[in-house]
Design a protein around this ligand. Structure first.
Ligand code: HEM
Ligand code: HEM
Length: 468
């Protein structure tokens, strides 16, 4: 009898702690559909800018929808998945219950209100006009509070830990939450609510310290943390090396924060800053390879069991995208390469394989891996998850290929002094192919929402804590 009531209490506690995780996962799936639709509008605009829709409805203008799409994807889709996941694996890794499920629930609401209100105000034309920092001041405050509450909750959970070793995923979560709070605060110049900017050229440097930090010190470390958690579990073996994982951890913190200047190589920022940015970009190979080599040695000979796990498969693909992104990144940071690629669709291709391929795939992997653990039963349909996987993989692969081609045409035309009106028709077929590949991603997002929604909303009470 006592044991039974103990079990009930554990189940209740687990249920409370898992509710915000389910909320983050469902939000991620909903945002994915909404912001992929926004991306679809942008891509169709590039094929038919004269369509009456895009001329007469102000909130469908390209310049308003673009930041809705980019911020929404980063914070709404990928951000929600990765934050939701950390509320699961941090307590498990430190062997302590989540400090406050209530604070986590408030954080979830605040986060979603920020994304919804940020997107709506952007559609009304209220913007701070700096890439990925477009949300206006009140939204920035909400985002900052959400980061601070997440940090507090994680900190208090870790403070009550029973596990002595702090596994590397926990290190990454701490670093992310500390860095992103300050990067977001300074990058949005929150003390200047009118503009969200500082003055002159220095603002360009600040804006790219921020833009680069959002992808590199928010999405990247949280995605890496998830992979460090999931890969050893699905490989059914320990991590190859804790020491290498720490080399990767410290080196990303050393290189990443100050290389945002590689977005500004063709602007009059100081030369020393460009040199630091380019050398640091090449240096990024160290943390990236440390992560990948470590995880590949962990997986060695166990690929079959990774692919048998629906979540493991997404995480694995995300790591392959990470390799491609981070070989391409240092390459395109070289001034001689950027002479051709900068400000072309080549970079848009890079952004998509990075944010969707690497961090988005790992975010979806976390969702599919953790849903059975928080609901106590398998996901609604493994088949649908696999269909979504292939649609996204083929869609994104094609999307990246055609944009890379289009980017090379643009860059070379530009270098050769070709006029825009002669180049644009050449790009047209590529934009049509991009839209076709994007259709796979869009339909995949709907399939994901259906599958994740059915898995969560029809769930039984969770089983007491269990690590597999
Ligand atoms: C239906 C699928 C999608 C379509 C059609 C699409 C389309 C687009 C378009 C047309 C742009 C603007 C490009 C430009 O200004 O030239 C863009 C930008 C962007 N999209 Fe998407 N997108 C899709 C999915 C995604 C996903 C799933 C993510 C991330 C998870 C994402 C992240 C981004 C980012 C970060 C940018 C900014 C790129 C940059 O400035 O370099 N997109 N997208
Ligand atoms: C070794 C690591 C990486 C390096 C050295 C690198 C380098 C670069 C460079 C040089 C650019 C600017 C290209 C140009 O404007 O001409 C760029 C753009 C971008 N990168 Fe990476 N990258 C790396 C990894 C990543 C990762 C992991 C992500 C996402 C999780 C990411 C997301 C982006 C995005 C979204 C842009 C477009 C920014 C814009 O709107 O212009 N990158 N990257």
């Amino acid at each position: 009898m006592v044991e039974e009531s103990g079990n009930n209490a554990a189940t209740f506690e687990a249920k409370e702690a898992y509710r915000p995780i389910a909320g983050f996962f469902l939000s991620s799936a909903v945002w994915f559909v909404i912001f992929a639709s926004a991306g679809f509008i942008l891509a169709s605009w590039m094929i038919a800018p004269d369509l009456f829709l895009y001329k007469n409805i102000p909130w469908l203008v390209f310049s308003r929808v673009r930041p809705v799409h980019t911020n929404g994807m980063i914070f709404g889709f990928v951000g929600s998945a990765l934050i939701g996941a950390l509320y699961y694996y941090v307590p498990h890794l430190v062997r302590a219950p989540l400090h406050s499920p209530l604070i986590a629930r408030i954080t979830l609401w605040m986060w979603n209100i920020a994304v919804a209100a940020g997107s709506t105000t952007l559609l009304f034309g209220l913007t701070q006009g700096r890439e990925y920092a477009e949300y206006i001041w009140p939204i920035d405050v909400l985002v900052l509070i959400a980061f601070a509450m997440t940090f507090y909750n994680v900190f208090m959970t870790v403070a009550a830990r029973k596990e002595k070793t702090l596994y590397v995923s926990v290190w990454y979560v701490f670093a992310t939450l500390i860095f992103i709070f300050w990067i977001y605060f300074f990058g949005n110049a929150v003390w200047n609510p009118e503009t969200g900017a500082i003055r002159g050229l220095a603002d360009g440097v600040l804006a790219w310290f921020y833009g680069h930090g959002v992808v590199g010190l928010f999405l990247t470390p949280l995605a890496v943390a998830v992979s460090y958690y999931i890969i050893p579990i699905v490989s059914r073996g320990p991590l190859f090396s804790h020491t290498i994982s720490l080399v990767g951890f410290w080196s990303i913190l050393i290189f990443y924060p100050h290389i945002g200047g590689h977005h500004l190589l063709q602007t009059p920022i100081p030369t020393w800053l460009k040199v630091v940015s380019v050398t640091g970009s090449v240096g990024m190979l160290l943390p990236v390879l440390a992560v990948l080599v470590n995880q590949w040695l962990t997986m060695q000979g166990r690929l079959a069991s990774i692919h048998a796990s629906v979540g493991g498969k997404w995480v694995f693909a995300g790591l392959v995208w990470y390799l491609i992104v981070c070989l391409q990144g240092p390459f395109q940071a070289l001034p001689i390469i950027q002479r051709v690629t900068h400000l072309t669709n080549w970079v848009i291709g890079h952004s998509h394989i990075a944010v969707l391929g690497f961090s988005g795939f790992i975010g979806l992997g976390a969702i599919y891996f953790l849903i059975p653990r928080i609901t106590g039963r398998p996901i609604y349909s493994r088949k649908l998850a696999d269909i979504q996987y292939w649609m996204l993989l083929i869609g994104l692969g094609g999307f990246w290929f055609v944009l890379t081609m289009a980017g090379l045409i643009q860059g070379n035309s530009w270098l050769n002094g070709e006029t825009v009106y002669r180049t644009l028709p050449e790009l047209h077929p590529y934009f049509i192919f991009r839209l076709m590949f994007a259709m796979l991603i869009l339909v995949g997002s709907f399939i994901g929402l259906y599958n994740i929604g059915m898995s969560l909303l029809t769930a039984r009470a969770p089983a007491p804590e269990e690590d597999t």
